[in-house]
Design a binder for this molecule. Structure first.
Ligand code: GCU
Length: 407
């Protein structure tokens, strides 16, 4: 199940600080050829090197979008929440060379009559889990089996309706003046290893899988960029104020989306852990080897070269956070979510901060991990909340404060 190591993994994960190996992190402010990055102009060049390294060694390279996007309105309710808000469903059709893939967006926004900033995030169990009424259809795409979410035989059902509203508190989000856009990640790319043939990969049949092909995380991130393409034409939203967020594997996807697509003005990682915000070299909780074995379709095949060989990685995950600079980025951990290495997520924020300093901005305001439930917010935000793995109302409160601070 989510959030726990598979039983096939014999060796216990390391959960002791004393078991963390000595390591030194690659410097975000040093060119591969050795020169120092001294100015913002240098950084823009260095940034390209880092994106290329992450593409080649970690996530795989996504294709440039050269197809056609068509938005079909499925339903629209301008009197949602007793008229305080609007809710609508939009199906995004992606067409390329006679092939088509579609995914459904669920959009909520306050009826303020003014364009608003918004949060955008992929969800785990279908848009109907964010709705208590039948207007939002149950997804027909492949879905992970989960009794509590009403899915079995890899099909969703009515039993899942509304089950994820606590994790997507749209009423609170709307009352703070923000919109919310969500979509089901399995419609963008089903989360199983099929050799990169289904989901958005199906639009690029000429791309055979190679060592640096785009994995599912890159596919989900690429889908978020297509949503952004659409949002740019929506009148209710301020497209220059879109915060992309995700939980866990979808937090990894949100970070990669923010790294490659600078239209995302703010980026939020909720418990993203290994391959997300956490430093790979710490080998604490989930490791590169573990994640590659459990989820062979998530990353570029090249990432396997670093199984039990983290020191050889040309990058580490603090450099992924640094790719957001100067845009704000927030990293959230759960104190009991040791699998995702809360301390490694925090240290990643600290190690990304010199890049913000280059812009004259404060990244992470502190160098010691803050106590539980005491958020710190510079241009990098961080909290470790009580409890375990999950996207909770407490997390949303901090994201709303962080967005208020920066938008
Ligand atoms: C597993 C996986 C993590 C991932 C998590 C999730 O626990 O090992 O890397 O973040 O699932 O997506 O919930």
């Amino acid at each position: 199940s989510f959030g726990s190591p598979s039983p096939a993994q014999q060796v216990e994960p390391n959960y002791e600080e004393s078991g963390v190996p000595d390591y030194s992190l690659p410097d975000p402010l040093r060119f591969e050829a050795g020169g120092q990055v001294n100015h913002v102009e240098d950084w823009l060049e260095r940034r390209k090197e880092l994106v290329t390294l992450f593409e080649k060694h970690v996530y795989g390279k996504s294709p440039d979008w050269d197809g056609e996007l068509h938005a079909e309105t499925l339903f629209e309710n301008p009197n949602f929440l007793a008229g305080k808000a609007s809710r609508k469903g939009v199906r995004l059709h992606l067409k390329r060379n006679g092939r088509e893939v579609f995914f459904d967006l669920l959009l909520f926004y306050p009826n303020t009559g003014q364009p608003v900033p918004a949060f955008l995030g992929l969800n785990f169990y279908g848009n109907h889990t964010l709705a208590s009424d039948a207007q939002v259809p149950v997804t027909e795409a492949w879905i992970r089996n989960n009794e509590a979410m009403g899915s079995s035989g890899n099909r969703a059902s009515e039993a899942g309706r509304g089950k994820r509203i606590p994790n997507w508190p749209y009423e609170a989000i709307i009352s703070r003046g923000y919109g919310l856009v969500s979509l089901y990640y399995g419609e963008v790319d089903p989360d199983f290893d099929d050799g990169f043939r289904n989901g958005v990969h199906a639009l690029y049949p000429e791309e055979r899988r190679n060592e640096a092909s785009w994995g599912s995380i890159a596919g989900w991130a690429w889908g978020l960029s297509r949503v952004m393409d659409f949002l740019e034409s929506e009148s209710w939203i301020q497209p220059e104020k879109v915060a992309v967020l995700g939980h866990s594997r979808l937090g990894k996807a949100a970070l990669w989306a923010g790294a490659v697509d600078t239209r995302f003005a703010l980026v939020i990682s909720n418990n993203s852990g290994c391959g997300g915000a956490a430093l790979s070299r710490r080998k604490y909780g989930e490791t590169v080897a573990r994640i590659n074995r459990s989820f062979p379709h998530w990353f570029a095949a090249n990432f396997n070269q670093y199984n039990e060989n983290e020191a050889a990685l040309p990058i580490d995950q603090h450099q992924l956070l640094a790719l957001m600079a100067p845009r704000p980025v927030y990293v959230a951990s759960g104190v009991e979510d040791r699998w995702a290495d809360p301390r490694g997520e925090f240290l990643s924020c600290v190690a990304a901060s010199p890049v913000y300093a280059l812009f004259g901005l404060q990244g992470m305001p502190v160098t010691a991990q803050p106590p539980v439930d005491e958020p710190e917010m510079g241009h990098i935000g961080y909290h470790v909340r009580s409890g375990g793995h999950g996207l909770l109302p407490y997390d949303w409160e901090q994201y709303l404060d962080f967005a208020d601070m920066h938008f």
